[in-house]
Design a protein around this ligand. Structure first.
Ligand code: AMP
Ligand code: MG
Length: 327
């Protein structure tokens, strides 16, 4: 096939990425994962100079295949009578998280500043079908958001059935920055791990497949990327002086990540740690995580909700009518 159609997708080496990168419940600390490592990268990737281009090409192929999966997800939801997502505005309130509704996939991206969340959205989601994507970013809560509990804005940002959601930051900020920067009392953030687990349990019961990814970069790599942002005037907009305050609390953030991963890495909503110092590896790994996640959903195309034979006859009759009328 490859001789005619170009390159094929090459499977990861040594097993599924979902197994290679998964945080085993209660056991992982991102500090034990080397941010420059490349788990699962096959020999086919080539040497140190070739593999970047190889990975980029693979991500394009993976994106196209994910696009087909997205279409099946969307078609299944539509066949079940789900309305299309409105073009804007919040969609899914918590009340709509009813069991038995068609599936949705939610990729949750968390990382330190410069960790590559935007790049992953651009490269991986960018290779997928934009029609079926529901991408949301979370910054500091607005005044209105602060009047509600921390999950309020998250519920409103959920993808509708049939869609692939991408969260660029998420409810985990409420046990990360909220904890390290002491935005709330300790008792408040401490209670949130259980609240997050209950919420995610609710999501899973409602047919939401979560893919929670920590993009794991080293302090050195963050330093280089911050310097790049300060050096290139075209990147100044990405820099925030508060990034250096967070950087100064590096160890506290790593500890906060470790606890979030340990407390909220569950059987039905596991965490994955993606070594992310190498951007091309990061994108390749996330694309495979999504591919394997979709494979586990065993999607197909829904049966027609109409009499196919009859519609074909009608079309034929219509065409003949046109021929008669049109001479
Ligand atoms: P960026 O991702 O560069 O656009 O920055 C978004 C900022 O929003 C980061 O500094 C986050 O720490 C901050 N942020 C996101 N969620 C929360 C939250 N729940 N509470 C406080 N700050 C948040
Ligand atoms: Mg930033």
């Amino acid at each position: 096939m490859s001789a005619v159609d170009g390159p094929d997708i090459v499977a990861p080496d040594g097993g599924k990425m979902r197994d290679l990168l998964r945080v085993s419940p209660g056991a992982v600390d991102p500090r034990t994962v080397d941010p420059r490592s490349t788990p699962g990268l096959p020999a086919a990737a080539g040497g140190s100079r070739a593999r970047k281009a190889w990975a980029r090409e693979q991500v394009e192929l993976l994106g196209a295949e994910l696009g087909e999966q997205q279409e099946m997800l969307f078609a299944t939801a539509k066949a079940a009578g789900e309305p299309d997502a409105p073009a804007s505005a919040p969609t899914t309130g918590g009340a709509e998280l009813a069991p038995g509704r068609p599936g949705r996939v939610l990729l949750v991206l968390q990382a330190m500043d410069c960790g590559g969340k935007d790049g992953t959205v651009k490269r991986v989601a960018g290779a997928m079908n934009p029609l079926g994507l529901h991408i949301r970013s979370f910054g500091p809560p607005t005044e209105e958001e602060l009047r509600h509990d921390f999950l309020w804005r998250i519920r409103r940002a959920l993808p509708p059935p049939g869609y692939v959601g991408v969260f660029n930051r998420s409810h985990y900020e409420d046990v990360l920055v909220a904890r390290v920067a002491e935005l709330v009392p300790e008792a408040t953030w401490r209670a949130r791990y259980d609240e997050i687990n209950a919420f995610e349990h609710e999501l899973v019961d409602a047919g939401v497949t979560l893919v929670k990814v920590m993009l794991h970069i080293s302090r050195e790599e963050q330093g280089e990327r911050l310097l790049e942002r300060l050096t290139d005037p075209r990147k100044h907009w990405k820099y925030n002086p508060s990034d250096l305050d967070s950087r100064a609390r590096w160890d506290d953030y790593q500890a906060a990540y470790a606890e979030a991963l340990q407390r909220c890495g569950t059987e039905s909503a596991p965490w994955f740690v993606v070594p992310a110092d190498r951007k091309w590896y990061r994108d390749w790994a996330v694309a495979h995580l999504l591919r394997e996640t979709f494979a586990g959903l065993h999607l197909g195309y829904p049966a027609a909700g109409f009499d196919v034979e009859r519609e074909r006859d009608r079309l034929r009759a219509d065409d003949e009518g046109v021929k008669v009328n049109g001479g």
